[in-house]
Design a protein around this ligand. Structure first.
Ligand code: 5GP
Length: 195
């Protein structure tokens, strides 16, 4: 059986990665699975352990780093986030296509370490910096200081878009999501035909 694809969706905080991912997963029956990340951040209202994230302590997260259990991990405005290696690898070995939605530092690690065929990367770009600022501020879940940190980081990250296979402008969630879905479907078809 051929190894499944590794699909990476990244982009600056506030660009709408989560919304696009939800649209993709709820609007079509695509043959791929979402990789649930581990984080030291506390759950927000409505977030469920094991569904949105695996919520863990700093100690547990560190243990996973020490045991080399992450494909990538990154610190993001005071919290740690990581992609569990064993789950992603076993799913791909079973021929399943795995979808990661991660921030730019972690995505850069994956792009540098997985230079194999079968990795497809998407950078989600805001239509403008003003839009990004408005979206981050509109969230109302973070302090003013955290919002400023996220914005500054976003400005720097947008300069890395050229590393990705595809840059998708998120001016409308539906349009951006459909573009991504079409590309993924085409890549899955190509991978199957090459089999
Ligand atoms: P939030 O705290 O808003 O859920 O997520 C903050 C950022 O962390 C988002 O940009 C999200 O895409 C990213 N993120 C979520 N899971 C992971 C992960 O496993 N690795 C990395 N590097 N970033 C992640």
């Amino acid at each position: 059986m051929k190894k499944g694809l590794l699909i990476i969706l990244s982009g600056p905080s506030g660009v709408g990665k989560g919304t696009v991912r939800e649209y993709i997963f709820s609007h079509c029956n695509l043959p791929f699975v979402y990789s649930v990340s581990m984080t030291t951040r506390k759950p927000r209202i409505n977030e469920v352990d094991g569904v949105d994230y695996y919520f863990v302590s700093d100690e547990e997260f560190q243990k996973n780093i020490d045991n080399n259990n992450f494909i990538e991990h990154a610190s993001f405005v005071g919290h740690s986030y990581g992609t569990p290696k064993d789950k992603v690898e076993s799913l791909r070995e079973e021929g399943k296509h795995v979808f990661l939605e991660i921030e730019v530092n972690g995505a850069t690690q994956v792009l540098n370490n997985y230079k194999e065929a079968g990795v497809i990367s998407f950078f989600l770009m805001p239509p403008s910096l003003q839009t990004l600022e408005k979206r981050i501020k509109g969230r109302k879940t973070e302090s003013k200081e955290v919002i400023e940190q996220r914005l500054e980081k976003g400005r720097r990250e947008m300069q890395l878009a050229g590393m990705y296979d595809y840059v998708i402008i998120n001016d409308r969630v539906e349009k951006a999501s459909k573009l991504i879905i079409d590309i993924i479907l085409e890549k899955i078809k190509e991978a199957e035909e090459a089999n």
